[in-house]
Design a protein around this ligand. Structure first.
Ligand SMILES: NC(=O)c1ccc[n+]([C@@H]2O[C@H](COP(=O)([O-])OP(=O)(O)OC[C@H]3O[C@@H](n4cnc5c(N)ncnc54)[C@H](O)[C@@H]3O)[C@@H](O)[C@H]2O)c1
Length: 255
């Protein structure tokens, strides 16, 4: 059997790093690609994996990553895009620059990954995008992130439609709240995580490993008939409501 080759973009932290560890444990050759080169190199050294730099908003950078891995390993089976940022702010206060940065990394980055990964994938290969609970559930002060992630969910469907005839599968995973460096700021707002958990039927936040397990399944041949799906992975939080971060901050200010 040919050794499976995976690239995890945004693999130097949080959900991406857990995905790297999971795919590595499953016996795959894993390339950690991140704009945080130092972090990528550190975890690659720890695992005996490979690290490459990538800036997901830069088309030449994404293209170079895919070409390098393809040439080095003779093919790619899976590309997972975990690169993401969040710049919170109410729509009437949000700087256009913060809107653009969020959409650029979360949505345009995902488009560039699909565009350049798809032609390089081996038959049966797949792309996994990380959308969010916020692709379908609105959150106060999260307009840029929600809009970008809703875009990722639809991008997943169009990509599945276009690439299915070539035997390429494209799916998204939509996590609820997962403690990672991305959510460190939110976790500092008293009561916010508790509010999320109170609105989560399974009664806890997620772990990066919860998400990595789903990514590993979706990318594997066991999910060979799955494409264009956006999997809610949120302890059931999509059945309820998202915490109002501004209300929590106001309560904090009132003491
Ligand atoms: N943590 C959560 O609660 C949560 C919930 C839903 C969705 N998500 C999504 O999951 C994905 C992973 O998030 P995380 O929580 O692990 O965050 P994280 O901050 O821990 O990791 C994100 C990684 O992406 C890299 N990155 C960011 N911008 C990049 C760019 N322009 N080019 C290349 N690399 C870049 C960072 O260096 C970092 O290593 C993101 O798309 C995020 O939006 C996270």
């Amino acid at each position: 059997m040919t050794q499976r080759v995976s690239i995890v973009i945004g693999g130097a932290s949080g959900i991406g790093l857990a995905t790297v560890r999971r795919l590595h444990a499953d016996g795959e050759t894993v390339v950690i690609a991140d704009r945080n080169e130092e972090g990528a190199r550190k975890y690659a050294a720890e695992l005996g994996a490979e690290a490459l730099p990538v800036e997901v908003t830069d088309e030449a950078s994404v293209s170079a990553l895919i070409t390098t891995v393809s040439e080095r390993h003779g093919g790619i089976d899976t590309v997972v895009d975990c690169a993401g940022i969040s710049r919170p702010g109410a729509l009437t206060d949000l700087a256009a620059e913060d809107w653009r940065a969020t959409v650029d990394v979360c949505l345009t980055g995902a488009f560039l990954v699909v565009k350049h990964a798809a032609p390089a994938l081996r038959p049966g290969g797949s792309i996994v995008l990380i959308a969010s609970l916020n692709a379908t559930q609105p959150g106060v002060a999260m307009g840029a992130y929600c809009a970008a992630k809703a875009g990722v969910a639809m991008l997943t469907e169009v990509a599945a439609l276009e690439l299915g005839p070539r035997g390429i599968r494209v799916n998204a995973i939509s996590p609820g709240f997962v403690p990672t460096p991305l959510t460190e700021g939110a976790a500092l707002v008293p009561g916010l995580v508790e509010d999320f958990v109170a609105n989560t039927p399974l009664g806890r936040a997620g772990s990066p490993e919860d998400i990595a397990a789903a990514v590993a399944f979706v990318a594997s041949p066991a999910a060979g008939w799955m494409t264009g799906s956006n999997i809610a992975l949120d302890g059931g939080a999509h059945t309820q409501r998202y915490p109002d971060v501004l209300q929590h901050i106001a309560a904090l200010a009132e003491g």
